[in-house]
Write a protein that binds this ligand. Structure first.
Ligand code: GLU
Length: 418
């Protein structure tokens, strides 16, 4: 168990917790409790491959905290998934849900697999096997999974079907981020990307800058990055760079985002798009842009490239893209404003929460309603965190975690947990 807590990713989170704890005099007992997840579920999933052979995959669900409500967090399918990573991501969900004021705890799950190497049938059998294996521990009022890296609304549809079949009746509230036709919410697909852009608008507003005069580079063009690009383009922000696993594209005058969305939706890779200059993913991070939005994986802004970063604003669409060392270097030495993951990518879980509520009452909202409520929550949280950062002269991440800790500590005290 010990080596789970000694990974660089988790060490970063613990360090950030300890620093933020000092802002509001958080009790040591609160920090100590949050360093450990409530429950770690480790499963093996046998899957019959198309070749007839049976392959065993490792799967995890980490339930970090249920102080504020049922466990909530995504399921990641990625070759690098391991227990330590899922523990780290689950703890971020606890902080995120607390910061956003949602009545939800924090969890995360994952399977160590490269989904692109599996056929659709193999992927479906893997998803169903994983759902059965974690089935006794999840439920619409216990623990509600959602999509994350490498999973999507189809994955959620298979999870919903497996869970419902095994429990004997339809359980739409078991997952969020599912297709509209089976109880999904309008606006969920675009929610994380839209949230990233709502955060960008708030920073620009605080600095009296307009979207039209600002440039943005986005790492990743998947569920988060693509929708961030679409929403940024809509408000007149110049999206000068995007990337996927194959390459990064750059055009100082702004990329043609609608055309690129159509191109990628036809299952094309960006390396096959020939109307923009190709650069590599590392170069994208160090471009001379106003805003950088890392929307892919963790640890991409680190001690190796922190001194080369030129953006003055970083908005973390991914979970944990900036290491603790790079965060404090960029804040202290370069005065970079980093809008941290738990605020910047909160749009996803906010609309997941809306979806869960709609499933409970069987009454569905319009897209406008979803979007305006999402904006209301993000704007309110942003202002609260911004004011906290100014009041205590700390960076935005520290202020965001401090705000999340305050709400958690109050609930923990009331429940007699500390
Ligand atoms: N996977 C997303 C996140 O990291 C969404 C989680 C959810 O909707 O439960 O925030």
């Amino acid at each position: 168990m010990k080596n789970i807590y000694s990974t660089p990713f988790y060490a970063n989170i613990i360090k950030n917790l300890e620093i933020a704890g000092m802002v509001n005099d958080t009790k040591n007992a609160t920090i100590q409790r949050l360093k450990f997840p409530k429950r770690c579920i480790v499963v093996s999933i046998p899957v019959r491959m198309d070749s007839g052979e049976i392959k065993i995959f490792d799967g995890y669900r980490v339930q970090h905290s249920q102080t504020l409500g049922p466990f909530k967090g995504g399921i990641r399918f990625h070759k690098g998934v391991n227990l330590a990573e899922v523990v780290s991501l689950a703890s971020l969900m606890t902080l995120k849900n607390s910061l956003l004021g949602l009545p939800l705890g924090g969890a995360k799950g994952g399977v160590a697999v490269e989904p692109k190497n599996l056929s659709r049938g193999e992927l479906e059998r893997l998803t169903r096997g994983f759902t059965s294996a974690i089935g006794p521990f999840i439920g619409p009022d216990k623990d509600i999974p959602a999509p994350d890296v490498g999973t999507d609304s189809q994955t959620m549809a298979w999870m919903l079907d497996t869970y419902s079949t095994e429990s004997g009746f339809s359980q739409t509230g078991i997952v969020t981020g599912k297709p509209l036709a089976i109880g999904g919410s309008k606006g969920r697909e675009a929610a994380t990307g839209l949230g990233v852009v709502l955060n960008i608008q708030k920073v620009l507003e605080k600095q009296n800058k307009s979207a039209e005069e600002s440039s943005l580079a986005i790492q990743g063009f998947g569920k988060v990055g693509m929708h961030a690009a679409i929403e940024a383009h809509k408000i007149g922000l110049k999206v000068v760079a995007i990337s996927d696993i194959s390459t990064a594209l750059y055009d100082a005058n702004g990329l043609n985002i609608p055309e690129l969305v159509g191109f990628v939706k036809k299952k094309n890779l960006l390396k096959d798009y020939d109307s923009a200059k190709q650069i590599n993913n590392d170069e994208l991070l160090t471009l001379p842009v106003d805003i950088l939005a890392p929307c892919a994986l963790d640890g991409v802004i680190n001690s190796d490239n922190m001194d080369k970063i030129k953006a003055k604003i970083i908005v973390e669409g991914a979970n944990g893209p900036t290491t603790s060392k790079a965060s404090s270097y960029l804040f202290k030495e370069k005065k970079v404003i980093i809008i941290p993951d738990i605020l910047a990518n909160g749009g996803g879980v906010i609309v997941s929460y809306f979806e869960w509520v709609q499933d409970i009452v069987w009454l569905f909202w319009s897209e406008e309603e979803v979007k305006s409520k999402l904006k209301m929550i993000i704007d309110r949280c942003f202002d609260r965190v911004w004011d906290c950062a100014k009041k205590h002269s700390v960076d935005i991440r520290t202020a965001a975690i401090a705000t999340a800790l305050k709400r958690l500590e109050k609930a923990m005290l009331l429940r007699g947990q500390i």
